[in-house]
Design a protein around this ligand. Structure first.
Ligand code: MTE
Length: 321
């Protein structure tokens, strides 16, 4: 997705050892024992850059978890990321997202609601029981993972906020560009990162307000302390490190759609029949899979068609991509 390459990180920006050692959380090495890590992954960890492991969350099993999937290793989930605020290369967020301070943190809910509110992240975490949901995750760049997220349906928060009937869309705003932890680089997109959903998509029980993965707080590079995950859409719909949720009447602006509308539609439902103008969406590369299983066919709605296809009845999904 990168449009421009950012400049090299100055040596002064590299994390001094004592800073990351002193942080509340430990480093990726601390989770090297995680059951899902295959031994070759553990080899890689020996050379890992400082990546934060997280605090344990208590989760309950979820009826919305996708059965029969083998989760991608924690190493790959935390070292192959898109989080342009922290760099445009896949391993940049693992190197740079330690800068993100996730406490104190609040999420402001504004726009067409009965009462505008600001939730402290620790209250948001406790609003509903945390569910573990294993979902397929498909990036528009034609790679995929399987991720065991922790969170609860976004609809639970929406109901709590009492949107007005005129609210037809919801917009998510990621961390503000003024936050001092962001590096002053030009990733080719404008900040803050924004995304949006139609209200019925946001209310769908599969749409997850996400606080963790692998039973722990979200690592910074995966969008701590809170992000959304919309499993039937391309990954860029899943805004990370959210600070604001707006209820609005009209289709809101979203970062990638505003930048290149012919490449990134507002809906961005995973669709093998609708190629990206620069590459095919028919197949995907499975990150971390053995060589002979690395390419697999892409599924319509990323395999969630039974649950979500009815949301798009009567729409032409080649036109409304
Ligand atoms: N959210 C913010 N704030 N900034 C980003 O650059 N990248 C998006 C999405 N959310 C992005 C973001 C893209 S392109 C993808 S594919 C997913 O986050 C990647 O999530 P992951 O790194 O946890 O796999």
């Amino acid at each position: 997705m990168a449009q421009e390459k950012m400049s090299e990180i100055p040596a002064s920006e590299i994390t001094p050892k004592q800073i990351y050692m002193n942080r509340r959380k430990f480093m990726a090495a601390a989770v090297a024992g995680a059951a899902a890590l295959a031994s070759d992954r553990a080899m890689h960890l020996a050379h890992a850059s400082p990546v934060e492991a997280a605090e344990a969350l208590s989760t309950v099993k979820s009826q919305y978890s996708t059965p029969g999937l083998t989760p991608t290793s924690l190493f790959d989930i935390t070292h192959y990321n898109n989080f342009y605020e922290f760099g445009v290369d896949k391993d940049d967020p693992a190197k740079n997202a330690w800068r993100l301070k996730t406490r104190p943190w609040s999420v402001k809910v504004e726009g067409l609601v009965q009462q505008e509110r600001t939730f402290d992240i620790d209250d948001l975490l406790k609003l509903r029981p945390m569910e573990e949901r294993v979902y397929r995750f498909r990036c528009v760049e034609a790679w995929s993972m399987v991720i065991p997220w922790a969170g609860y349906s976004l609809s639970e928060l929406i109901k709590e906020c009492e949107p007005k009937p005129e609210a037809k869309y919801i917009q998510f705003v990621s961390l503000a560009s003024t936050k001092d932890e962001l590096l002053p680089w030009n990733a080719g997109i404008s900040w803050p990162y924004t995304e949006g959903l139609r209200m019925d998509e946001a209310m769908h029980p599969l749409t997850l307000l996400t606080f963790g993965l692998y039973g722990q707080d979200l690592p910074n590079q995966d969008g701590a302390p809170v992000r959304v995950v919309v499993p039937w859409k391309y990954g860029f719909k899943s805004a990370k490190s959210i600070v604001k949720i707006r209820f609005v009447k009209n289709q809101p602006g979203t970062t990638w759609n505003e930048m290149a509308p012919n490449e990134y539609g507002f809906y961005s439902n995973v669709n093998p029949n609708r190629d990206h103008p620069r590459w095919s969406q028919k197949r995907e590369r499975v990150i971390g899979a053995p060589l002979w299983k690395q390419s697999q066919p892409t599924l319509m709605f990323n395999g969630y068609g039974d649950q979500v296809a009815s949301l798009y009845k009567g729409m032409d999904l080649i036109k409304d991509y």
